[in-house]
Ligand binder design. Structure first.
Ligand code: G1P
Ligand code: ZN
Length: 546
């Protein structure tokens, strides 16, 4: 049937910068708008697949600027490359976890996620394309390497010459023999959430007058999802979800749910009149931030608390297999895993490294310090899932967030944690800094009263398929459990971003309520001294502290 499609073959020449990073190909919108740029990458994906003809794909994005154009290009190319059917969210919209769920639920061959996650959008903002495989998760390194290799030698791409598809209309339509099924973006995702969580208990909490919460969708993709689930199904008061309408430029903001970019939400949780619960998600709906009155739950702690309370949540009760965290994430989750007698895994940064562990049933929950938490329900991190999980725990324990945190630290000790980012650095300078850090002779040295017991460049061998990944960040571990980690971002689109991850373990409950940056001050000084970041970059302070 596919041979009959009138595919047009267009000649092209390679770009040299289409290497997928931590999370797909991410570039500025002007870069994506160069003639043939999207087409080259998409064809390189198809050329890296083998048996996709006649299969189903899922396509959707976070609605940012250029989403609509890119989807039309992908639909035409999918058709020309022999795809039989594509599921697309209405208006081209789908959150990243919703794409993952749709691929799994409809047994699709794979999918394209269009997003640059938490990066700003708009004509001068960022855009991104990520290919996910049939388990619903990001393509593994072997596939992203193949895509990159194909992008370096591409000479032609296939498309069809057809008018734009109307994505505003629900239901099936045909594009040159390929079926395009426009679906409601929320329905399947909401059904999955209802299976996992105790909607009765959460609804009762949300409707009780004593509980006040706010969900900030940051003008990004989770607006429609959060409104449908929290307000329409669970009965939270109207207005619980704010900034709920997705905008192509996110209202000019940085759709990143952290203490810096969601400052208004943070303020609303502070003081005697503060909200009981505050939460936010990012551009494409996979990140989350959790706040209680006068308290912030670090994503590392959130993962640990989620694992510790699995038995209170219907979808997870009695089946915790293990926990995985990215290397720079604090070791809070490891302590819970140890106490519960389940496995703990430490993987490189990026959700793609969790896929095999989840598929093999080795882990139930995964998380990253970068505001990502998730489980085996999909193969992406999932912002609204984390929010519902927390609401389920709050509803079942009847305890405020602050008490849950304090209790957790009393039981397991507290991992004071912070990440300091230096953005827009000169690439060469940043790479030299990392090379020098790798080469430094630190083991056994005494720094700020602590002895270095570990100094390496993190490498990982996937326990499921044996794939080896090296060069994932310099770790400096100390004898008292403190740790400093350095790595360069793999998602930035200009210059280099240096991330410095700092953590200090405090087992003594009497010392678990101090201010994080103050507790970490001596480690911050050590990090600056060993890296020489200030002298090398001319910076005197990080751009973002989370
Ligand atoms: C960042 C985060 C990482 C996350 C990724 C995609 O990548 O640090 O944990 O998986 O975004 O959301 P980085 O820029 O550090 O490579
Ligand atoms: Zn994201």
């Amino acid at each position: 049937m596919h041979e009959s499609r009138a595919a047009t073959v267009i000649s092209t020449t390679p770009f040299d910068d289409q290497k997928p990073g931590t999370s797909g190909l991410r570039k500025s919108v002007p870069a994506f708008r160069k003639p043939h740029y999207v087409e080259n990458f998409v064809q390189s994906v198809f050329d890296s697949l083998s048996d996709h003809a006649g299969k189903t794909l899922v396509v959707g994005g976070d609605g940012r600027f250029f989403n609509a154009e890119a989807i039309q290009i992908i639909l035409r190319m999918a058709c020309a490359n022999g795809i039989a059917r594509v599921l697309v969210g209405r208006g081209g919209l789908l959150s990243t976890p919703a794409v993952s769920n749709l691929i799994r639920k409809h047994r699709a061959y794979g999918g394209f996620v269009l997003s640059a996650s938490h990066n700003p959008g708009g004509p001068d903002g960022d855009f991104g394309i990520k290919y996910n495989i049939s388990n619903g998760g990001p393509a593994p390194e072997s596939l992203t390497e193949a895509i990159y290799a194909n992008s370096r030698r591409i000479a032609r791409y296939l498309t069809v010459e057809t008018p734009d598809v109307d994505l505003g209309k629900l239901g099936p339509q045909s594009l040159e023999g390929m079926t395009i099924e426009v679906i409601d973006p929320v329905t399947d995702y909401a059904a999955l959430m209802e299976q996992l969580f105790d909607f009765g208990a959460i609804g009762a909490l949300l409707r009780s007058p004593g509980f006040r919460m706010r969900f900030d969708a940051m003008h990004a993709i989770t607006g429609p999802y959060a409104k449908a689930i929290l307000e329409d199904r669970l009965g939270a008061p109207a207005g619980t979800v704010v900034n709920a309408v997705p905008l192509p430029d996110f209202g000019g903001h940085h759709p990143d749910p952290n203490l810096v970019h969601a400052a208004e939400l943070v303020a609303a949780t502070q003081g005697p009149d503060g909200l009981d619960f505050g939460a936010a998600s990012d551009g494409d709906g996979d990140r989350n931030m959790i706040l209680g009155r006068d308290c912030f739950v670090t994503p590392s702690d959130s993962l640990a608390i989620i694992a510790a309370h699995a038995d209170l949540v219907p979808g997870y009760a009695g089946r915790l297999a293990g926990v995985a965290r990215s290397m720079p994430t604090s070791r809070a989750a490891d302590r819970v895993a140890e106490a519960l007698g389940v496995a703990a895994f430490e993987t490189p940064t990026g959700w793609k490294f969790f896929g095999n562990l989840l598929d093999a049933g080795k882990v139930t929950f995964c998380g990253e310090e970068s505001f990502g938490t998730g489980s085996d329900h999909v193969r992406e991190k999932d912002g609204l899932w984390a929010v519902l999980y927390w609401l389920n725990v709050l509803a079942k324990t009847g305890k405020p967030v602050r008490d849950l945190l304090a209790e957790h630290w009393r039981t397991y000790g507290r991992d004071y944690y912070s990440r300091h980012d230096y953005e827009g650095l000169d690439k060469a300078a940043a790479e030299t800094l990392m090379a020098d850090l790798r080469a430094a002779d630190l083991e056994g040295k005494s720094l700020a009263g602590r002895t270095v017991i570990l100094h390496d460049d993190f490498a990982y061998t996937d326990p499921v398929n044996g794939e080896h990944t090296a060069g994932q960040g310099v770790r400096i571990g100390f004898d008292d459990g403190a740790r400093v980690v350095f790595r360069l971002s793999g998602t930035g689109t200009s210059g280099a971003t240096l991330r410095i991850y700092l953590e200090h373990y405090e087992p003594d409950p009497a010392r678990q309520h101090a201010e994080t940056q103050a507790v970490l001050a001596d480690l911050i000084a050590v990090a600056k001294a060993v890296s020489g970041v200030e002298a090398r970059t001319g910076r005197t302070a990080p751009d973002v502290v989370t």
